[in-house]
Each structure stands twice: as C-alpha cells, then as structure tokens.
Design a protein. Structure first.
Ligand SMILES: Nc1ncnc2c1ncn2[C@@H]1O[C@H](COP(=O)(O)OP(=O)(O)O)[C@@H](O)[C@H]1O
Ligand SMILES: [Mg+2]
Lengths: 230, 377
C-alpha cells in the first residue's frame, strides 16, 4: 500500500531505570519510524522493553535520551518540548491497554464518549459517535452496561472504541487481543486496521499472539532493549 | 459529562450511607450549638423578663442572680423617688420544691408587686395575678394548668395564668406570686429547707427584705445619674440591664457555656477529621481511575472538579440531613434548643471549608499520580 506521512519517529531513544547497581537498561538506542496506514507489531520476550517503548511513544514515560517526533511535531529532545502532554495524548494518541482500564462508574457508551467530551465535542454528538463505534465493534447492544458486567472481550472492544473515538492518528495497543478468542482477535485486528486506514492512522501493537501475525505490515522484534529486525 | 455525579450514582448506596453518617454527626453538632444557644437564652430569660433598665441590689454583691442580695423592702419607695425613674418594683427570687400530682416540682418562685415592674411581660393563657392572696402565674413547662392548685410552703396557691419561657439559669421553670406571698413563703420554709436554700446560695433569708428593686426609666432619662444616686446609699448598688445580663453570662452560666463550647469545639474537630478522612479515602480509592483519566488526556481541571464536587456534595448532604434531623427532634430535648439561621449558615461555611481543605489533600495526591500507574493490571 502507499505509505503516508511519518507519524512516529523515534531516534536514538534510550531508557534506563535506576542507577548504579540497580540500573536496568530497558531501551538502548532505538530507532523506529512508523507511517500513516501502517500496522506494526512489537514482539519480544518479556522484559525486552516493549511496554517501555510504547509508553515513550505515548508520552507517558520520558526517555533518558533521544528524540521523539509525533505527527511531524517534535515532542521530546532530551526533554519534553510540550507542556500539555495530556492534550497531545487526547488529540493524537489512542491507547489500548492490556487491562482494559475502563472507568467503572461509566457505561460502555459513556466510557467512549468521555474522551470526546474532554476533546470538547457536544454531548449528543459524542454519544452518537460512541454508539457508532460500539456498533462497529459489535458491542453496541452493551452500550448502557457498566464495565463490571461486560465480558473480557466486550470490555476490550469498548476500550478499543475509546482509543479510536477522537480519531487519533497514533494508536498504541499493549496486547489488545489477549482477552479475545482467536477468531475474535483476528476480527478486532481487521477492524482496527480498517479504522486506521480510514483515519490515516498508524497502529503499534505489542502482541504475543501468533494467530494474528499475518495481520501486520511489519513485525518488529525487541531484544534486551534493542531492535532486532527480522 | 459530570463525572462526579456519575461516580456518586455508581456507588449510590454507599455514598448515601456516608452522607447519612455525616448527617448524624452534623445533627450532634447542631444540637450542641442549639443547646449552647438555649442555655444562654434561657439564662437570660429571667433577667430579661421584667424589662428593667436598672437593678438596685445589695452593696458589694452581684445580685440577685449571680449572688444573693438582700435589701430592705422599703428601698422601692426610695428608688421610685429617684431622678429619672418612671416605675420601680421590688422583687425576690427563691427556689422551692413543691409536691404536685405525685411528683416533686422544682420551681423558681418570683415574687413581685402586681402593677409594678418585675412580673411577667405577657400572659399566654388565663390571667395575671389579681390583688388577692395565694394566686400564681406559672411557666407552661411546670405542667400546671389554670384552675389547678399547688401547695407552696403552708398555703395552697391557685394557678390563674400561664406564661412561656420563664425560668432561672438552671432551667427550673418559674412561677410568679405576689411579693407579699413570696416573702411569707420565704419565712415559712422550715429551717432545714432554709439551710438547703442557703447552701444553694439562692437567696438569703432575712425577713422584710427583698432581693432587688427593678427600675424603669422615664424616656430620655439619664441611667448614669440614677446609678450614681443609688451608690450614695451605702448599702445599695446599681446595675444596668446590660451589666446584669453580662454578669449572669459571665458568672452563672459561664462554666456551663465554656463546657459546652469546648465540647462543641472538640465535636467540630472530630467532624473535620471525619470529613477529611472520608474525602481523602474517596479520592485514594479512585487513584487508578484518575490515572486512567490522565492517560486518556483529561486535564487537571476535570480531575479537580471530580474530587471537589464530590466533597462539596458530601458536605452539603451531611449538613442538610443534619439540619433536617435536628429540626425534627429539637423539641424533644428537655432544655431549649435554639438554632439561629446564622449558626446554621456558619456551620455550612465551616463544613464547606473543611471539605475544600480535605479535597485539597486528595487533589494533591491525584495530581501526583503517574498516568502510567493505570497501566499496571
Ligand atoms: N518503572 C520501572 N522501574 C524499573 N524498572 C522497570 C520499570 N519499567 C520497566 N522496567 C524494566 O525495564 C525492562 C523492560 O520492561 P518492559 O518495557 O515492561 O518490558 P516488556 O513490556 O517487554 O515485558 C524490564 O527489565 C523491566 O524490569
Ligand atoms: Mg509489557
């Protein structure tokens, strides 16, 4: 497929936790470029730095060194270049966590709509868009239900809807299909890809799920904090 | 989308229970304020009843309420002739226990001269005392009814009328009798009773003496001139109404007032700590959700609003429940519970301040939480 704009540009990013004896080098000089429309998988053994890299791209974690450019905007270069990282996340980044992290006091629909509310969308418009997304992900019939009553798969699809609600161009997912069965996992990945293409977004997914490897444009392997391209 | 309300509705039962608990605490606080006010206003009832301008009492005493005072009964004539005095009346006060309807009533017997200052201002039921002997007007709290009789000392008194809110600073309901009857009653009390009364410091029991003379001034008359004139009489002293009221508050009810005041202080502190704890805990339980909110891009103001709004809703509900409860039970208290709108508003202010302060604690914790903590499962 024709590749679009560069949405993620990570150059020479390193991250270590602790100092001296306890120092852990989670990432060492990682370079990664992801373009609009790309769906890539981040693979690697446990402790190889996948989550760390995802959190750095998501502006949840500051790198120890290096440079991060998101959607053409430099956001980190030795230090954060933007103060309102949360606004940046709201506008540009959709997160799907391994634990679905839905707000327990909101219904499925409200969990999706809250992002749009925060983005300043009119309440009714937000509700309609939330409903559309849930329908799209085949959980529309559970719109009025609170997360506690959703199955793992339903909750994860609601979380995906929330991540996609504000049409972010960067979608980050940490094992999004872990709670889904094989067929459903493939279906969800297909849906995400479809939305990504429609919205000219990119998707970076951490996964161990070999059943869905064929759904990615690129597989990126991390080992001991370094990219080990296959 | 109001997150605070949604979260409250999500855990409604628990929130309501918390509000109710807080409401009960507020009921106690309001009851304490009301009892405190009631104590002060009851204490002043006896001083305010005669609507006096000046009290003439025994020299060197703070009579007749704070200390025993005894002056010759004919002092009234002298006071009535003093400059600026429109009316004067002699009064005396004594505590009497009287058997009535199978139980013992503790009564505060006020002797006054009908037609002169010292009697009740307003008769609520029946009539005032006529010229005759052995009539009395009773406070409604005595339980006496017009037409009944009650034995005081050696004589039976007929209840001819009722008044409201007449009592001494200890809360014993008052009965009004003529000064002549009161003085007779005083000398009639058997020696044992006299000793008891003396030990209580209620009245000194000299014959043909009264406790005080109440003076009302002519319009525009100079109170200072009168008090100065009174003081020329070596055995007399004069107190203005204001002085008398202050004296009573300072000397007679001061300890009770401080006692309740201190208790109220402790109660308010306890409430503050409880409110702070509830709100802090409420926030702490939500830290992970707050981290999630940060993760999806919620600005600080959304998070602050969530915490502060819940704190204020909690405080306001607790306050309202407390107010409702105290208003519905206050009349069952043995002593008067007086709640001024001002007190209630001040309490609202205090609660609001405590809520804001304790939500500040929660907000601090919420601001510090790292959005990444939402990622751990
Ligand atoms: N907050 C942290 N503090 C200390 N060490 C951390 C922290 N987060 C991750 N690490 C360490 O960094 C390394 C990479 O972790 P992570 O990115 O979570 O790996 P993965 O997601 O691939 O399992 C691991 O050795 C982990 O122990
Ligand atoms: Mg991980």
């Amino acid at each position: 497929m024709a590749l679009g704009d560069i949405l993620i540009e990570v150059s020479n990013v390193a991250k270590h936790f602790g100092e001296g004896e306890t120092r852990v080098d989670a990432l060492r000089a990682v370079d990664l470029t992801v373009r609009a429309g790309e769906v890539i998988a981040l693979l690697g053994p446990s402790g190889s730095g996948k989550t760390t890299l995802l959190n750095i791209i998501g502006c949840i974690l500051a790198p120890s060194a290096g440079r991060v450019v998101l959607d053409g905007e430099p956001v980190f270069d030795g230090r954060w270049l933007r103060r309102d990282l949360r606004r940046l996340r709201l506008d540009k980044i959709g997160f799907i966590f391994q634990a679905h992290n839905l707000l327990p006091f909101l219904t499925a629909e409200e969990n999706v709509a809250v992002v749009l509310d925060l983005a300043g969308l009119h309440a009714e418009e937000g509700r309609v868009r939330a409903r559309e997304l849930l329908d799209y992900l085949e959980v529309g019939h559970r719109a009025k239900v609170k997360p506690a009553l959703l199955s793992g798969g339903e909750a994860q699809r609601v979380a995906i809807a929330r991540a996609l609600a504000n049409r972010p161009r960067i979608i980050l997912a940490d094992e999004p299909t872990a709670a889904l069965d094989g067929a459903r996992a493939g279906l969800v990945m297909d849906l995400m890809r479809k939305l990504a293409v429609e919205q000219e977004a990119c998707i970076v997914t951490v996964t161990h799920d070999e059943k869905i490897f064929d759904r990615f444009d690129r597989l990126i392997h991390l080992r001991d904090g370094r990219l080990a391209d296959a | 989308m109001n997150l605070a309300l949604k979260d409250i509705r999500h855990g409604l039962f628990r929130f309501v229970l918390t509000c109710f608990g807080l409401g009960l605490l507020m009921t106690v606080v309001l009851a304490m304020i009301g009892i405190y006010n009631g104590l002060v206003s009851d204490a002043l009832a006896v001083v305010k009843a005669p609507a006096a301008d000046v009290w003439v009492v025994e020299a060197g005493t703070k009579g007749p309420f704070a200390e025993a005072s005894s002056i010759p009964a004919d002092t009234r004539d002298a006071v009535a002739r003093m400059p600026g005095v429109a009316e004067a009346g002699a009064v005396n006060y004594q505590n009497v226990e009287a058997p009535h309807a199978g139980r013992t009533l503790r009564l505060y017997v006020v002797g006054y001269e009908p037609g002169r200052p010292g009697g009740p201002q307003r008769i609520a039921e029946g009539r005032g005392i006529g010229a005759g002997h052995f009539e009395l007007v009773a406070d409604r709290k005595t339980g006496l009814l017009p037409g009944e009789t009650i034995r005081l000392g050696r004589n039976r008194f007929a209840v001819v009328g009722l008044v409201d809110g007449a009592m001494n600073s200890g809360g014993d309901p008052a009965v009004y009798v003529t000064l002549a009857d009161a003085m007779a009653l005083q000398t009639e009390l058997d020696p044992a009773a006299q000793r008891v009364q003396a030990a209580r410091g209620a009245v000194s029991v000299k014959s043909a003496s009264v406790a005080a003379v109440i003076a009302r001034m002519a319009p525009g008359a100079d109170v200072d001139l009168l008090t100065a004139t009174v003081r020329q009489w070596k055995h007399l002293a004069a107190l203005t109404q204001v002085e008398q009221e202050e004296l009573l508050l300072v000397s007679v009810v001061d300890k009770a007032r401080r006692q309740i005041g201190l208790f109220l202080g402790i109660l308010l502190s306890v409430s503050a700590v409880v409110i702070a704890l509830i709100i802090y805990t409420m926030t702490m339980e939500k830290l992970k959700q707050i981290a999630t909110l940060k993760l999806i891009g919620a600005p600080d103001r959304t998070i602050v609003a969530l915490i502060v709004q819940q704190a204020l809703i909690l405080g306001a509900s607790g306050w309202a429940i407390g107010l409702m409860l105290i208003l519905s039970v206050k009349d069952y208290f043995p002593r008067r519970v007086v709640l001024e709108p001002f007190n209630v508003m001040v309490l609202a202010g205090i609660i609001a301040a405590v809520c804001l302060l304790s939500s500040a604690l929660g907000v601090r914790a919420a601001m510090k939480v790292d959005p990444a903590t939402a990622l751990g499962s």
